[in-house]
Design a protein around this ligand. Sequence first.
Ligand code: ADP
Ligand code: MG
Length: 349
Amino acid sequence: MSYPVLGILGGGQLGSMLSTSAKKLNIKTVIFSDDPKSPAKNFSDDFILGSYNDEKKIKYFVDCVDIITFEFENIPYITLNKINQIKPVVPNPKINKIVQNRLHEKDFVNKLNINTTQYSSVNKKDDIIANKDLLPGFLKTSMFGYDGKGQFRIDSISELNNLNIEFNKEYILEKLVKLKKEISVILTRFENGSFEIYEPIENIHEDQILKFSKIPSEINKEIMEKSLKWAKLIADDLNFIGTMCVEFFIDKNENLYVNEIAPRVHNSGHMTINSHNVSQFENHIRAVCKLEKIPLIKICNAEMINIIGDDIVNYKNRKYSNNEFFFDYLKLDIKKKRKMGHLTTLKNQ
Ligand code: ADP
Ligand code: MG
Protein backbone atom coordinates (compact mmCIF):
# COMPACT_ATOMS: atom_id res chain seq x y z
CA MET A 1 0.00 0.00 0.00
CA SER A 2 1.26 3.48 -0.74
CA TYR A 3 0.59 6.07 1.92
CA PRO A 4 -0.81 9.50 1.06
CA VAL A 5 1.00 12.71 1.97
CA LEU A 6 -1.26 14.82 4.14
CA GLY A 7 -1.32 18.61 3.88
CA ILE A 8 -2.41 20.47 7.01
CA LEU A 9 -3.52 24.10 6.88
CA GLY A 10 -2.54 25.81 10.14
CA GLY A 11 0.59 25.46 12.25
CA GLY A 12 -0.47 25.58 15.90
CA GLN A 13 -0.38 22.90 18.58
CA LEU A 14 -3.29 21.02 16.99
CA GLY A 15 -1.18 20.75 13.81
CA SER A 16 1.73 19.46 15.91
CA MET A 17 -0.37 16.73 17.48
CA LEU A 18 -1.92 15.77 14.13
CA SER A 19 1.57 15.47 12.61
CA THR A 20 2.79 13.31 15.50
CA SER A 21 -0.16 10.94 15.07
CA ALA A 22 0.33 10.82 11.31
CA LYS A 23 3.99 9.89 11.71
CA LYS A 24 2.97 6.89 13.82
CA LEU A 25 0.80 5.73 10.90
CA ASN A 26 3.57 6.22 8.30
CA ILE A 27 1.82 9.27 6.84
CA LYS A 28 4.01 12.24 5.96
CA THR A 29 2.68 15.72 6.74
CA VAL A 30 3.25 19.12 5.16
CA ILE A 31 2.12 22.11 7.23
CA PHE A 32 1.07 25.35 5.53
CA SER A 33 0.90 28.43 7.75
CA ASP A 34 1.26 32.20 7.60
CA ASP A 35 3.24 32.24 10.86
CA PRO A 36 7.01 31.76 10.50
CA LYS A 37 7.11 30.73 14.17
CA SER A 38 4.51 27.96 13.76
CA PRO A 39 5.20 25.38 16.48
CA ALA A 40 3.92 22.55 14.23
CA LYS A 41 6.99 22.79 12.01
CA ASN A 42 8.89 21.03 14.79
CA PHE A 43 6.70 17.97 14.30
CA SER A 44 5.77 17.85 10.59
CA ASP A 45 7.89 16.47 7.74
CA ASP A 46 7.71 19.71 5.81
CA PHE A 47 6.66 23.30 6.36
CA ILE A 48 5.54 25.91 3.85
CA LEU A 49 5.26 29.55 4.91
CA GLY A 50 2.75 31.68 3.05
CA SER A 51 -0.38 33.74 3.23
CA TYR A 52 -3.69 31.87 2.92
CA ASN A 53 -4.50 34.26 0.06
CA ASP A 54 -1.26 33.66 -1.87
CA GLU A 55 -2.47 31.57 -4.82
CA LYS A 56 1.04 30.65 -6.00
CA LYS A 57 2.18 29.42 -2.59
CA ILE A 58 -1.07 27.54 -2.05
CA LYS A 59 -0.66 25.88 -5.48
CA TYR A 60 2.90 24.84 -4.55
CA PHE A 61 1.57 23.36 -1.29
CA VAL A 62 -1.24 21.49 -3.07
CA ASP A 63 1.28 20.01 -5.54
CA CYS A 64 3.27 18.57 -2.62
CA VAL A 65 0.39 16.65 -1.01
CA ASP A 66 -2.41 14.18 -1.80
CA ILE A 67 -5.10 15.13 0.71
CA ILE A 68 -5.62 18.39 2.59
CA THR A 69 -7.10 18.94 6.03
CA PHE A 70 -7.02 21.86 8.50
CA GLU A 71 -6.31 22.41 12.18
CA PHE A 72 -8.35 25.60 12.50
CA GLU A 73 -11.59 26.43 10.76
CA ASN A 74 -10.99 30.05 9.85
CA ILE A 75 -8.96 29.51 6.67
CA PRO A 76 -10.61 31.70 4.00
CA TYR A 77 -13.47 29.74 2.44
CA ILE A 78 -12.39 30.87 -1.05
CA THR A 79 -8.96 29.29 -0.51
CA LEU A 80 -10.40 26.02 0.79
CA ASN A 81 -12.85 25.83 -2.08
CA LYS A 82 -10.14 26.47 -4.70
CA ILE A 83 -7.93 23.77 -3.21
CA ASN A 84 -10.86 21.35 -3.11
CA GLN A 85 -11.26 21.70 -6.89
CA ILE A 86 -7.75 20.32 -7.35
CA LYS A 87 -7.31 17.83 -4.48
CA PRO A 88 -9.73 16.66 -1.78
CA VAL A 89 -10.11 18.90 1.27
CA VAL A 90 -11.44 16.77 4.14
CA PRO A 91 -13.72 17.65 5.90
CA ASN A 92 -15.55 19.46 3.09
CA PRO A 93 -15.13 23.28 2.99
CA LYS A 94 -18.90 23.79 2.84
CA ILE A 95 -18.77 23.01 6.57
CA ASN A 96 -16.33 25.88 7.18
CA LYS A 97 -18.70 28.21 5.39
CA ILE A 98 -21.37 27.41 7.97
CA VAL A 99 -19.28 27.41 11.14
CA GLN A 100 -17.01 30.36 10.29
CA ASN A 101 -19.95 32.63 11.02
CA ARG A 102 -21.55 32.27 14.47
CA LEU A 103 -24.94 33.40 13.10
CA HIS A 104 -24.96 30.83 10.28
CA GLU A 105 -23.76 28.19 12.72
CA LYS A 106 -26.60 28.85 15.18
CA ASP A 107 -29.19 29.04 12.37
CA PHE A 108 -27.94 25.65 11.13
CA VAL A 109 -28.13 24.05 14.59
CA ASN A 110 -31.63 25.37 15.23
CA LYS A 111 -32.82 24.03 11.86
CA LEU A 112 -31.95 20.57 13.18
CA ASN A 113 -34.28 21.25 16.15
CA ILE A 114 -31.30 21.40 18.50
CA ASN A 115 -31.33 24.09 21.17
CA THR A 116 -28.90 27.00 21.27
CA THR A 117 -29.03 30.07 23.45
CA GLN A 118 -31.19 32.91 22.08
CA TYR A 119 -29.34 35.25 19.73
CA SER A 120 -29.66 38.07 17.28
CA SER A 121 -27.57 39.70 14.55
CA VAL A 122 -26.10 43.09 15.51
CA ASN A 123 -24.65 45.70 13.12
CA LYS A 124 -25.10 48.88 15.13
CA LYS A 125 -25.63 50.06 18.68
CA ASP A 126 -29.40 50.43 18.13
CA ASP A 127 -29.64 46.71 17.37
CA ILE A 128 -28.46 45.98 20.91
CA ILE A 129 -31.03 48.36 22.37
CA ALA A 130 -33.73 46.71 20.23
CA ASN A 131 -32.67 43.32 21.63
CA LYS A 132 -32.24 44.32 25.25
CA ASP A 133 -34.19 41.23 26.37
CA LEU A 134 -31.05 39.26 25.37
CA LEU A 135 -29.12 41.01 28.18
CA PRO A 136 -27.20 40.07 30.19
CA GLY A 137 -25.42 38.58 27.24
CA PHE A 138 -22.29 38.25 25.15
CA LEU A 139 -21.62 40.35 22.07
CA LYS A 140 -19.24 38.41 19.80
CA THR A 141 -17.80 39.18 16.39
CA SER A 142 -19.70 36.82 14.12
CA MET A 143 -16.46 35.77 12.40
CA PHE A 144 -12.83 35.01 13.34
CA GLY A 145 -13.11 34.89 17.15
CA TYR A 146 -11.41 32.27 19.30
CA ASP A 147 -10.41 31.82 22.95
CA GLY A 148 -12.80 34.65 23.90
CA LYS A 149 -11.20 37.10 21.46
CA GLY A 150 -13.66 39.62 20.00
CA GLN A 151 -16.16 39.12 22.85
CA PHE A 152 -17.84 41.66 25.15
CA ARG A 153 -19.91 40.73 28.17
CA ILE A 154 -22.79 43.22 28.40
CA ASP A 155 -25.01 43.20 31.47
CA SER A 156 -27.17 46.24 30.74
CA ILE A 157 -27.76 48.96 28.15
CA SER A 158 -26.15 51.53 30.47
CA GLU A 159 -22.76 49.83 29.96
CA LEU A 160 -22.79 50.41 26.21
CA ASN A 161 -21.10 53.80 26.29
CA ASN A 162 -18.16 52.42 28.26
CA LEU A 163 -17.45 49.63 25.79
CA ASN A 164 -15.18 50.24 22.85
CA ILE A 165 -17.12 48.36 20.18
CA GLU A 166 -16.20 49.01 16.54
CA PHE A 167 -19.37 48.71 14.52
CA ASN A 168 -17.56 48.12 11.22
CA LYS A 169 -18.28 44.41 11.25
CA GLU A 170 -21.12 42.05 12.03
CA TYR A 171 -21.75 40.84 15.58
CA ILE A 172 -23.96 38.31 17.28
CA LEU A 173 -25.62 39.09 20.58
CA GLU A 174 -26.16 35.94 22.64
CA LYS A 175 -28.19 35.69 25.80
CA LEU A 176 -26.10 34.67 28.80
CA VAL A 177 -26.73 31.07 29.83
CA LYS A 178 -26.69 30.65 33.62
CA LEU A 179 -24.14 27.91 33.49
CA LYS A 180 -24.12 24.87 35.69
CA LYS A 181 -21.51 23.18 33.57
CA GLU A 182 -19.88 23.01 30.15
CA ILE A 183 -19.21 19.78 28.31
CA SER A 184 -17.92 18.81 24.89
CA VAL A 185 -18.44 15.76 22.71
CA ILE A 186 -15.69 14.74 20.32
CA LEU A 187 -16.38 12.23 17.60
CA THR A 188 -14.76 10.91 14.46
CA ARG A 189 -16.96 10.14 11.48
CA PHE A 190 -15.62 7.90 8.73
CA GLU A 191 -16.33 7.89 5.00
CA ASN A 192 -18.95 5.13 5.25
CA GLY A 193 -20.88 7.14 7.86
CA SER A 194 -19.70 5.06 10.84
CA PHE A 195 -18.58 6.75 14.08
CA GLU A 196 -16.12 6.52 16.90
CA ILE A 197 -17.33 8.73 19.71
CA TYR A 198 -15.60 9.76 22.94
CA GLU A 199 -17.60 10.13 26.14
CA PRO A 200 -18.64 13.69 27.06
CA ILE A 201 -15.79 15.74 28.54
CA GLU A 202 -16.42 18.23 31.35
CA ASN A 203 -14.76 21.62 30.81
CA ILE A 204 -13.98 24.65 32.95
CA HIS A 205 -13.21 27.98 31.27
CA GLU A 206 -11.46 30.97 32.85
CA ASP A 207 -11.77 34.33 31.04
CA GLN A 208 -13.45 32.48 28.15
CA ILE A 209 -10.38 30.27 27.68
CA LEU A 210 -10.46 26.53 28.37
CA LYS A 211 -8.52 25.87 31.57
CA PHE A 212 -9.44 22.36 32.70
CA SER A 213 -11.04 19.22 31.24
CA LYS A 214 -11.87 15.82 32.70
CA ILE A 215 -13.45 12.46 31.96
CA PRO A 216 -15.79 11.18 33.14
CA SER A 217 -17.97 14.27 33.24
CA GLU A 218 -20.40 14.52 36.12
CA ILE A 219 -23.67 14.72 34.22
CA ASN A 220 -26.93 12.78 34.36
CA LYS A 221 -27.78 10.00 31.92
CA GLU A 222 -30.32 12.07 30.03
CA ILE A 223 -27.85 14.90 29.31
CA MET A 224 -25.19 12.36 28.38
CA GLU A 225 -27.45 10.62 25.86
CA LYS A 226 -28.81 13.86 24.43
CA SER A 227 -25.34 15.37 23.93
CA LEU A 228 -24.11 12.26 22.10
CA LYS A 229 -27.26 12.16 19.96
CA TRP A 230 -27.06 15.84 19.02
CA ALA A 231 -23.35 15.63 18.18
CA LYS A 232 -24.02 12.67 15.88
CA LEU A 233 -26.99 14.40 14.28
CA ILE A 234 -24.85 17.45 13.48
CA ALA A 235 -22.03 15.31 12.05
CA ASP A 236 -24.46 13.28 9.94
CA ASP A 237 -26.22 16.35 8.59
CA LEU A 238 -22.89 17.90 7.60
CA ASN A 239 -21.79 14.56 6.11
CA PHE A 240 -18.68 15.20 8.18
CA ILE A 241 -15.49 13.18 7.67
CA GLY A 242 -12.81 13.40 10.34
CA THR A 243 -12.76 14.45 13.99
CA MET A 244 -15.02 17.23 15.22
CA CYS A 245 -16.22 18.63 18.52
CA VAL A 246 -19.50 20.04 19.74
CA GLU A 247 -19.31 22.38 22.75
CA PHE A 248 -22.37 22.41 25.03
CA PHE A 249 -23.76 24.53 27.85
CA ILE A 250 -25.82 23.00 30.67
CA ASP A 251 -27.87 25.56 32.60
CA LYS A 252 -28.93 25.51 36.25
CA ASN A 253 -32.23 23.82 35.26
CA GLU A 254 -30.42 20.98 33.47
CA ASN A 255 -31.24 22.30 29.99
CA LEU A 256 -28.73 21.44 27.29
CA TYR A 257 -27.70 23.91 24.56
CA VAL A 258 -25.17 23.65 21.76
CA ASN A 259 -22.62 26.47 22.19
CA GLU A 260 -20.53 25.94 19.07
CA ILE A 261 -19.19 23.41 16.60
CA ALA A 262 -15.45 22.97 16.01
CA PRO A 263 -15.01 21.09 12.69
CA ARG A 264 -11.61 19.81 13.78
CA VAL A 265 -9.69 18.22 16.64
CA HIS A 266 -10.29 20.12 19.88
CA ASN A 267 -8.38 21.30 22.95
CA SER A 268 -10.75 19.47 25.32
CA GLY A 269 -9.70 16.17 23.70
CA HIS A 270 -5.95 16.38 24.32
CA MET A 271 -6.28 13.79 27.08
CA THR A 272 -7.34 11.18 24.49
CA ILE A 273 -3.65 10.86 23.54
CA ASN A 274 -3.12 9.15 26.89
CA SER A 275 -6.57 8.01 28.00
CA HIS A 276 -7.65 6.04 24.91
CA ASN A 277 -6.23 3.40 22.59
CA VAL A 278 -6.78 5.81 19.65
CA SER A 279 -6.56 9.58 20.18
CA GLN A 280 -8.80 12.17 18.54
CA PHE A 281 -5.77 13.08 16.37
CA GLU A 282 -5.06 9.53 15.21
CA ASN A 283 -8.77 9.02 14.50
CA HIS A 284 -8.80 12.17 12.39
CA ILE A 285 -5.86 10.91 10.33
CA ARG A 286 -7.48 7.49 9.99
CA ALA A 287 -10.78 8.97 8.77
CA VAL A 288 -9.26 11.55 6.42
CA CYS A 289 -6.68 9.17 4.91
CA LYS A 290 -9.18 6.28 4.66
CA LEU A 291 -7.26 3.98 7.00
CA GLU A 292 -8.74 1.23 9.13
CA LYS A 293 -11.17 2.23 11.88
CA ILE A 294 -10.16 0.70 15.20
CA PRO A 295 -12.79 0.19 17.93
CA LEU A 296 -12.29 2.85 20.58
CA ILE A 297 -11.30 1.74 24.08
CA LYS A 298 -10.88 3.97 27.12
CA ILE A 299 -7.80 2.98 29.08
CA CYS A 300 -8.05 5.43 31.97
CA ASN A 301 -10.01 8.32 33.37
CA ALA A 302 -8.11 11.57 32.94
CA GLU A 303 -7.79 15.26 33.67
CA MET A 304 -6.10 17.94 31.62
CA ILE A 305 -4.87 21.37 32.63
CA ASN A 306 -4.10 24.00 29.99
CA ILE A 307 -0.87 25.84 30.69
CA ILE A 308 -1.42 29.47 29.76
CA GLY A 309 1.09 32.33 29.49
CA ASP A 310 4.22 32.40 31.64
CA ASP A 311 3.02 29.52 33.84
CA ILE A 312 4.84 27.37 31.26
CA VAL A 313 8.15 28.26 32.93
CA ASN A 314 7.09 26.51 36.16
CA TYR A 315 5.98 23.41 34.28
CA LYS A 316 9.25 23.20 32.32
CA ASN A 317 11.15 23.02 35.60
CA ARG A 318 8.94 20.46 37.32
CA LYS A 319 9.35 16.71 37.78
CA TYR A 320 6.55 14.43 36.69
CA SER A 321 5.26 11.10 37.98
CA ASN A 322 4.35 8.08 35.83
CA ASN A 323 0.72 9.07 35.42
CA GLU A 324 1.50 12.65 34.33
CA PHE A 325 2.13 13.69 30.73
CA PHE A 326 3.47 17.18 30.07
CA PHE A 327 3.22 18.62 26.56
CA ASP A 328 5.28 21.70 25.73
CA TYR A 329 4.00 23.29 22.50
CA LEU A 330 7.48 24.78 21.88
CA LYS A 331 6.09 28.25 21.19
CA LEU A 332 8.91 30.76 20.88
CA ASP A 333 7.08 33.69 22.47
CA ILE A 334 5.31 33.56 25.80
CA LYS A 335 2.18 35.75 25.72
CA LYS A 336 -0.54 36.44 28.24
CA LYS A 337 -3.64 34.29 27.56
CA ARG A 338 -1.68 32.16 25.07
CA LYS A 339 -1.95 28.37 25.31
CA MET A 340 1.68 27.25 25.83
CA GLY A 341 1.27 23.59 26.79
CA HIS A 342 -0.89 21.14 28.72
CA LEU A 343 -0.61 18.51 31.42
CA THR A 344 -2.65 15.32 31.34
CA THR A 345 -2.99 13.28 34.51
CA LEU A 346 -4.32 9.74 34.27
CA LYS A 347 -6.66 8.54 37.01
CA ASN A 348 -7.84 5.07 37.93
CA GLN A 349 -11.17 4.02 36.43
P1 ADP B 1 -14.67 30.81 21.44
O1 ADP B 1 -14.93 30.66 19.98
O2 ADP B 1 -13.77 31.93 21.76
O3 ADP B 1 -14.34 29.50 22.11
P2 ADP B 1 -17.24 30.62 22.81
O4 ADP B 1 -18.52 31.14 22.21
O5 ADP B 1 -17.11 29.15 22.90
O6 ADP B 1 -16.07 31.31 22.01
O7 ADP B 1 -17.09 31.28 24.24
C1 ADP B 1 -16.01 30.94 25.11
C2 ADP B 1 -16.55 30.71 26.53
O8 ADP B 1 -17.21 31.89 27.04
C3 ADP B 1 -17.61 29.62 26.61
O9 ADP B 1 -17.03 28.33 26.67
C4 ADP B 1 -18.30 30.02 27.92
O10 ADP B 1 -17.54 29.67 29.05
C5 ADP B 1 -18.35 31.54 27.82
N1 ADP B 1 -19.59 31.93 27.10
C6 ADP B 1 -19.67 32.29 25.81
N2 ADP B 1 -20.95 32.55 25.44
C7 ADP B 1 -21.71 32.36 26.53
C8 ADP B 1 -23.12 32.47 26.80
N3 ADP B 1 -23.99 32.85 25.86
N4 ADP B 1 -23.54 32.18 28.07
C9 ADP B 1 -22.67 31.79 29.03
N5 ADP B 1 -21.34 31.68 28.83
C10 ADP B 1 -20.84 31.96 27.60
MG1 MG C 1 -15.63 27.83 22.35
